[in-house]
Structures are given as C-alpha cells and as structure tokens.
Design a protein around this ligand. Sequence first.
Ligand SMILES: Cc1cc2nc3c(=O)[nH]c(=O)nc-3n(C[C@H](O)[C@H](O)[C@H](O)COP(=O)(O)OP(=O)(O)OC[C@H]3O[C@@H](n4cnc5c(N)ncnc54)[C@H](O)[C@@H]3O)c2cc1C
Length: 242
Amino acid sequence: MSNRARVVGVRPVADGVLEYRLQLVAPPRVSFSAGQYLSLDCGLDEQGLPQRRAYSIASPPGDDGHLVICAKLIAGGLGSRLLQRLGIGDEVDFTGPLGFFVLDQGHAGDVVFCATGTGIVPVVPMLQELLARDETGRVLLFWGMRAPADVFYREVIDALAERHPRLEVHLSLTRPGPEWRGEQGRIGAKVLGALPALSEPVFYLVGNGAMIDEVRAALKARGVDRRRFRTEAFFTPGAEPA
Ligand SMILES: Cc1cc2nc3c(=O)[nH]c(=O)nc-3n(C[C@H](O)[C@H](O)[C@H](O)COP(=O)(O)OP(=O)(O)OC[C@H]3O[C@@H](n4cnc5c(N)ncnc54)[C@H](O)[C@@H]3O)c2cc1C
C-alpha cells in the first residue's frame, strides 16, 4: 500500500527546478537515511501501466513528519507533469523512503562527493549528517552544473563549508557565461587532479549516469578499487525512461 503526503510548500529554486515541502499524512512519520528517495505514483502510461518516478529527499532525517523533495521539470515527462500540477493542499502517493545510496557507517579516510544537476539533492542531507559526525577526514564536493541560473542550494552548501573547514566545495560550470568567476568545465578532470592528495577515499557519485560512468572509469584507470564507489544514477542521457 502506498504512503501519502500533502504538499504544504512549493518554491522555485533554480531555472525549471521546484522544491516541494511535503507533510506526511499516512503514516504520520517515516524513518529514513540521508541519501534515500521517494518513489512517487505518477498514474498510468499510455498502455495503462502504473508509473513511478524517484525523487531524492533533500531534508535531513528527523524533521518531524515533513519531507522535502526537489525536481527538475522535464518537458513532456510523466513525473514532471504530475509535479507541475501539484499545489498547496494536494496529496501524492508514494512508496518509500527507499534506496541504498547512503553514507557508510564510518570512513577511515577522505570522502569525495561528485554531483551533477539534481544530484545535489541527496548530497545536502548526506553532507549534513557526515559533517556532524566525529570523523576527521577531508570532505570534498565536486559539484557540476551548467549555467549560473541552474545552481540551487548554494546557500546551504556555503553555510556548511563555513561551519566545517574540512568541507571543500568545487562548484564548476560547463556554460559559465561572462560573469562567472568560479571554476569551469566538467568535474572529471578536477577529481583526478585531487586524487594524489587523498587518503583512503570513498567516492559518492550521483546525478547524470554519463558523469558517473566517466568519473568511475577514470578513477579505476588510476587504480582506485571498485569497492570505494557508491553510486546513484538518476538517468542515462538518451535512454528510455525506466
Ligand atoms: C534514485 C533516483 C533519484 C532521483 N532523484 C531525483 C531528484 O531528486 N530530482 C529530480 O529532478 N529527478 C530525480 N530523479 C529522476 C526522476 O526520477 C525522473 O526520472 C525525472 O524527474 C524525469 O521524469 P519524467 O517522468 O518527468 O520524465 P521522463 O519521461 O521519465 O524522462 C525524460 C528524460 O529526462 C532526462 N532526465 C531524467 N531525470 C533528469 C534529471 N533529474 N535532470 C535532467 N534530466 C533528467 C532523461 O534523459 C530522461 O530520459 C531520480 C532518479 C532516480 C533513479
């Protein structure tokens, strides 16, 4: 049986990206781990088959009865259509929270996140949890976005970096525009550049499946053991939706 939540807040956070604050209706509370997602019931497709879409939870566990999700709306997409129509007071059915893309119980060394697009959504609560732990390794975030207007949750990430000197943030844009003064280009080369100085790193790769394949293959070619990767592909460009 599906769980149910009511929309109590909707706000745009970037170009075409909406954040939804959900209040749980049934059950009134769920437990979950940072990094997990909800599987939203999106109705039936043209063949009458039930469809679901996954949306990562942006809020930390423990926010009494509320969950936040954040979606990039894709023109013509079934999940995007459902989300676009949702307003305050509307209810959605979902399964979950689900998923295995969660933090290891502990890290002996450094932790590296590579996130593109909406991949930053699960990284926010994962960073919050990780940085509250009694670990001392470096935490690096390689964050790839297209243009300045696509960037969201920067204020949350910046506040974390200010409070926790062990977090280093590398936000890099592939279409920076003339005003951008920060890093540019894809994140793969930047992660490789950081690799020699890392100690026993664990890599969390999330977002575009092509980025995940590229970064993982490059790191493996440099001798990084496959057991050091945790991955969550949101989509593979060009592939049919699941
Ligand atoms: C574990 C997991 C967690 C996810 N978490 C999120 C999340 O937090 N926020 C979110 O917006 N999406 C997330 N997704 C993707 C989401 O489930 C949908 O695939 C997406 O919203 C598109 O669904 P749709 O029905 O609107 O379009 P569809 O018709 O299913 O997809 C159309 C095309 O859009 C592209 N696409 C899919 N997702 C994205 C995306 N996020 N950004 C850019 N292009 C995309 C793909 O090329 C896809 O083939 C997640 C996916 C997985 C597997």
